[in-house]
Design a protein around this ligand. Sequence first.
Ligand SMILES: [Zn+2]
Length: 482
Amino acid sequence: MAASAQKKPATAKPAAKPTNAISAIREADIKRDLFGLAGDHFRGREGGTLDELKASVWLADQIRATGMLPAGDDGTYFQWFNLQRTRLSKSSTLRIGTHEIKLNETGAVTAPTNASVNAPLVFVGTGSPAELAKVDIKGKAVAVQISGAPTDGISYRRYVFGKFNGQAGELVKAGAVAVVFVSDAPSQALYDHWSHTFERGRYSLPGANNTKVVSTPPVVWLPASAASWVQQAGQQLTAELKVDSFQYPSVNIVAKMPGTDAQLKKEYVLFSTHQDHDGVRAPIAGDSIYNGADDNATGCAALLAIMRAFKQQPSRRSALFVYQGSEERGLIGSTYFSAHPTVPQSSIVAVLNAEMMGRNIADSAALLGSTPPHLNSSDLVKTALAANQAGPKFKLDTEWDKPTHPEGWYFRSDHLPYARLGIPAIMYTSLLHVDYHTPRDEPSRIDYAKLTRMTTWMYLTGWAVANRTAPPAREPGFKLER
Ligand SMILES: [Zn+2]
């Protein structure tokens, strides 16, 4: 039964608050849904592939079963968008001396580029000013040894990846026509873990800046096994690199539970997550399927449980549920939905984002967007902290929300595009772990009791926001550090 159709003056005594439906959130349901989504049959749900589409159809069926209404395009649960993918074509070739580099097997090119290079290779050690002073690199391909783990809090991954733009850019400015980075022993682990990501190329929405096909000098990354031969004098680097650029579809899944208050039902509390993961890749210990159980089947199962609670007991405001596609390809579904929402953008009063909620110590969790400069609604954060005290009582980690944290975790999930629009936005997470973005992120490694408590926390926050009379206040002067 809907509440009164007349808008009450703000000063009037509110109607008796409906009690929440926390009992509808059940660990057994969450576990079943997570095993269903993160099983090998969905092959890692890579954004822009049939696997993501199949998993999305399966999710829409589960959503329909909870009783949520479709809120995507044209009365469906789906909102379609195109990905623009830019990658090196398979016909590209690269040779150094007598070594033919098999791209994405024995070496990687770190950014797609159209380039035709035939130049002598010079080895410049670590590329220090003293070493560079000894050689003329103009018109040459330059080989650089990666070395030295950083000691000042920056992660080793960011340090190495930073070289692909930073140090390479300097060398190109000085006249290099190609740059070849060779791993040292410590960075070999990074090479093993991350070099295959370059095979995918770049993804974005059509027309975005990073889809422009460029013709810049190639930047190559080689494994540590190349360190001895790449230093030999008198070698030639020849490269014929070509870029493919094409579009294909990805999808957001959108559902809602209409609110009970005639006025407030026009406003939405948005529960956010992503359904995609990393697909099928080079095997690690014999397993090639990146199941993404924690990342992010936990968020997907949590939202289904929250839907059941809103079905059992609807709130005054409407609840909107958005599963965003192609998050792992660069927050693409959330960038699209936030710019083209299926409800008026101004009607979204808060975004509660679920990202990896089922690992690490049982009684610890984090709320990102709760510390300046990431804090864009202390009002919303206060509600979330009160919900934590009323429910799961997690000890909250505050380190990962700091702008100085090396992982920059705040910038790596779907609340971000909404926060950039000024919409109050927070992210619920149990943080990174050793199985992050590996085939070992499996359903058997999830702490289901913890995930259920994380789900409860999100629900209680959303429930409070959806029933209060005023929407969460926005922080004046909110400005992210990047
Ligand atoms: Zn994720």
